[in-house]
Design a protein around this ligand. Sequence first.
Ligand SMILES: Cc1ncc(COP(=O)(O)O)c(C=O)c1O
Length: 377
Amino acid sequence: MPDIPDHLFRLKGGFKAFLSPPPEGVVRLTVGEPGFNTPKNISEAATKALLGGDTHYTRGEGREELCTAWASHLRSRWKIPVEDEGIVITPGAKQALLYAFMVAAQDDDEVILLAPCWPTHAEQVELVGAKPVFVHCEAPSFHPNLEQIRDAITDKTSAILVNSPNNPTGAVYTAEEMIGIVELAIEHDLWIISDEIYTELIWNDTEYIAPASVLGGFERTLTITGPSKTHAMTGWRIGVFAAPTHVAKTVGRLQGNTCSHIPSFLMPAAELAARDWSSVEKFRHEYVRRRELMLELLEDIPSLSASEPEGAFYVMVDIRGTGMDATTFAKRAMDEALVQVIPLDSLPGGEGYIRLSYAADDDVIREGIQRLQAWLD
Ligand SMILES: Cc1ncc(COP(=O)(O)O)c(C=O)c1O
């Protein structure tokens, strides 16, 4: 039988092994998506376009009005000086990230990832033939240490990835940290890939500073965002790549030669998402409550120690007090407590931790944590 190339054969499934729908009766504290429905006006924009025959080939980067809507959102909300032509609308933020790695790294380059990080970041670095270099962010805050990043930079380093708020740690990097990272990138002429999928979900008073908004940052930053998490649109597969126009033009050609564009009839909905953030306030309000609930319930379990997440909807829980490693904990929690959690010990910097998601409804959170408590007792 013909062989599969090594780099594809080695590709891992990220958290997938722990995200598969469990048997009935298992409580899932794993899922990285809002439990809400997409706002009705956004769904209606898509169905209207579909029924109206908006089903033909169109501009690869996304229609002009769609790109304009996202560019103007990024300019006004995060002070990113992107031109309308600097936007490419992609099938999910994940695809936009892949394009970013294809731009920022090639064979034998090194890409700095702040660990523990979302597994897809590391897999995509390897997919483009480069090598992930993990710089550990120490518990309990999981904030980056600029000196350690500096020490990790070599002649081969081509990019640094920042993801704030972070999946899985929930850390929100301070203005000082963000500016420090941009300054390092300028000093060493590196790309910054900024995964900003959770920037609307910040729970402390940190003001989010986009690297592309920092003086000298824009020309070297590839910004990734989209409506998946903010508008409960994970299944729509819509993402946003934002960069200096000459970079976006290259990525536009890349997309044109691969998937062409996102489905035409989703474009009016994606445009509306960029203009209408009203539902996000409601979602935010819910998450603040659910976060409190989860942290409060976890406090009653002495062998678990939760880090307070500053953003996104994940809690890092130190399970070393149970005497188990994270994979054993996750397997036994599934079999014995009927609770699905994600063990992080396969991630550099994640040893001894599990990730819980509070995107779930209140009763799911309550039931899940109470089951863990009864089991550990
Ligand atoms: C850090 C991070 N970036 C990107 C994504 C992907 O977003 P999308 O669903 O739009 O591809 C996720 C999804 O979980 C994520 O956690």
